[in-house]
Ligand binder design. Structure first.
Ligand code: ATP
Length: 316
């Protein structure tokens, strides 16, 4: 048997097609209905065997890829979600040896696209392979759910609905592919702050429910209907904390996006450009108009396009 000394795992970002937020539960989490859709903005997590004489399980953690302002928000120590994933796997399996972890980040940091959670999912899969643990998919999903509400989705990808606090995943039928544009902000928004603002604005939140119109739009591969049914209960809270996001959303909509919303807790804004059975040239022209309009606002640090859905963690 050959033993890997380096393993790289690619993992996608997510956008929420619906994020319905219920009341805060007794454990402090909110009841959620969270429709995750994996898009082709990828982080790559590489784990490498470090010297066995290293006193610590995490020998080194480095990050490249994103802009300086984004990388500055990534902790390069044991608190990084990728390092916590490696530590949990070692603790649970009793295996493992010191590793260097490298994150090549293309998912915006603190942008509402679950970049940290994605890295945790990738690190679980990479260390499982490097250390030869051979955990079943169910065990990996269980560890992922313990690391955070969005981590399990990084493993499965495609389109899925999360319930509970978002970690109980069921795949959703979504046969079509869609084109998206994302407007990244120079600012980060803390997920905890956005939920806090949500509680202030919506103390009477009802129990969350999956939107049947969204389910049907996805099953039919109907881009226009999907655009109409995108929804995010956290959007008013994100806009309250960062009002300029409204101008970003308006600019993309006016330029022809068929749907627009804040992604997760923000501040990244997501624009549905088209897809399903639409003519590719029409979609490309619409995309160029939306990208130009967003850049012209001067509010976006980067404007990037991506496709969805795409699979979850992939060993390269
Ligand atoms: P979510 O959509 O799951 O709420 P997010 O996309 O808004 O998350 P992340 O990119 O996951 O935000 O980062 C949130 C915070 O997590 C960062 O500000 C950073 O302090 C911390 N963090 C820990 N590990 C990572 C990681 N591997 N990549 C990015 N941030 C990380």
């Amino acid at each position: 048997m050959t033993v890997d000394t380096t393993v790289t795992v690619r993992v996608p970002a997510k956008v929420n097609l619906q994020l319905a937020v219920g009341p805060r539960r007794e454990d402090g989490f909110h009841a959620l209905v969270n429709v995750f859709h994996a898009v082709s903005l990828f982080d790559e997590v590489t784990v490498k065997a470090a010297s066995p004489r290293q006193p610590r399980a995490l020998a080194a953690l480095t990050a490249t890829g994103q802009s300086e302002s984004h990388l500055a928000r990534v902790p390069l120590d044991e608190t990084n979600l990728a390092a916590r994933a490696a530590a949990l796997l070692a603790e649970e399996t009793g295996s493992g040896f010191p590793v260097d972890i490298h994150l090549d980040k293309h998912i915006p940091v603190a942008g509402g696209m679950a970049g940290g959670s994605a890295d945790a999912a990738a690190a679980l899969v990479a260390c499982d392979r490097l250390w030869g643990c051979g955990l079943s998919r169910e065990r990996l999903l269980d560890l992922a759910a313990r690391l955070g509400s969005d981590v399990a989705f990084g493993l499965v990808g495609d389109t899925a609905v999360g319930t509970g606090r978002g970690e109980l995943l069921d795949p959703m039928a979504s046969p079509a592919r869609y084109r998206w544009v994302f407007a990244l902000s120079t600012r980060g928004l803390s997920t905890a702050d956005v939920f806090g603002e949500y509680d202030r604005l919506r103390p009477d939140a009802p129990d969350p429910r999956l939107d049947p119109a969204l389910e049907k739009a996805l099953a039919d591969g109907d881009a226009e209907a999907l655009g109409r049914s995108l929804s995010n209960d956290l959007q008013p809270a994100a806009l309250s904390l960062l009002p300029e996001l409204q101008r970003t959303l308006d600019a993309g909509r006016s330029a022809g996006a068929i749907g627009a919303l804040v992604s997760g807790s923000g501040p990244t804004c997501a624009f549905l450009i088209g897809g399903g059975g639409e003519d590719a040239a029409v979609v490309a022209e619409r995309e160029a108009g939306v990208v130009a309009a967003l850049r012209a606002t001067g509010l976006c640090e980067q404007v990037v396009a991506a496709d969805g859905d795409v699979p979850g963690t992939t060993v390269l």
